[in-house]
Write a protein that binds this ligand. Structure first.
Ligand SMILES: [Zn+2]
Length: 309
């Protein structure tokens, strides 16, 4: 699976828009993700920084509206990581097209034009994201604007899952398994960013002014408390304000592949966008970027010498 994923990735990477092919030969679809295998116990993934908007999206919103849902530039903040032997998985599909940080059972079936025959969650806690319009396929933007003025085909949604969700999750799982097999433990950081202030329809805490960082381990269930404390402490030592599990506890990607008792640790790390970008123009703040990169590089260095056992 490892080799196959790399192969798939390489094939897609060669077929980016602008690549030349034989006349009349349709290009293969653009890559939906990148997976760079590592050599260390550390795995980083960025599920929400994708900016390749597929032609079949069929959204009613314009591109600037859709782009507000991205964790823009997160992949650039961590671009030092692969050279350190850290495994790296990055989604290229936009989060508002399919949210990889959800289970496939978190689907709002009122979006569909037909019957969904696969399992759907009935757990009210799991469905809290669906109620906000933020399930596997989003219904509303963070500002409460409907994303579609049409119903989605059942096959259309299945195709998104097959093309985006399955390979992305396969890569994250493979990276964690490989890290754990090599070292007897794995540390997975699920990389995100958040707006300075929670929007009206984004979370259960509209209008909340966010800290600089939010460290999430689903109330201690996805990573050892000592490891989460180390991450919080590292960031506080550098002058940042840090919240732990509020308002973001971590979602599917830290839940699904973690098992702290079995030395598989997963932590969600949310960075406040005001630290590194203009949220209206999406332009980077070069100084903020440089500082964040240095501080997160130091965190990664520290985690590379941390054995949580
Ligand atoms: Zn995110």
């Amino acid at each position: 699976m490892h080799a196959a994923l790399k192969l798939i990735n390489r094939r897609f990477q060669q077929a980016q828009p602008g690549a030349t092919g034989s006349p009349g030969t349709p290009l293969a679809p653009a890559a939906t993700f990148t997976y760079l295998p590592g050599t260390t116990a550390l795995v980083l993934d960025s599920p929400h920084s994708g900016t390749r908007y597929p032609d079949d999206f069929g959204s009613a919103c314009d591109l600037p509206t859709l782009r507000r849902a991205e964790d823009t530039h997160v992949e650039k903040i961590y671009d030092f990581a692969p050279a350190l032997g850290v495994a790296w998985v990055e989604a290229h599909f936009p989060r508002i097209y399919l949210d990889a940080n959800r289970d496939t059972t978190e689907l709002d079936t009122t979006l569909l034009d037909g019957e969904w025959t696969e399992p759907i969650s009935t757990d009210p806690r799991v469905l809290s994201k669906v109620r906000l319009g933020k399930g596997l396929i989003w219904k509303f933007t963070d500002e409460g604007e409907p994303i579609y003025n049409r119903l989605l085909g059942v096959d259309e949604v299945r195709a998104r899952i097959d093309r985006c969700w399955r390979p992305y999750h396969g890569a994250v799982q493979q990276a964690i398994e490989a890290a754990h097999a090599r070292h007897g433990y794995s540390i997975h950081i699920n990389c995100h960013s958040m707006p300075a202030v929670a929007a009206s329809h984004a979370t259960d805490f509209p209008g909340l002014v966010h800290a600089d960082f939010v460290v999430g381990d689903r109330d201690g269930s996805t990573a050892s408390p000592a490891l989460s404390a180390l991450v919080c402490e590292h960031l506080r030592e550098r002058g940042y304000s840090v919240e732990h599990n509020h308002p973001y506890k971590g979602v599917e990607l830290v839940r699904r592949y973690s098992n702290p008792a079995g030395q598989r640790h997963s932590i969600q790390l949310e960075i406040n966008r005001r630290l590194y970008m203009d949220e209206t123009t999406l332009a980077q703040h070069p100084e903020g970027m440089a500082r964040l990169r240095a501080d997160l590089r130091a965190l990664v260095d520290r985690l590379l010498t941390t054995d949580p056992r």
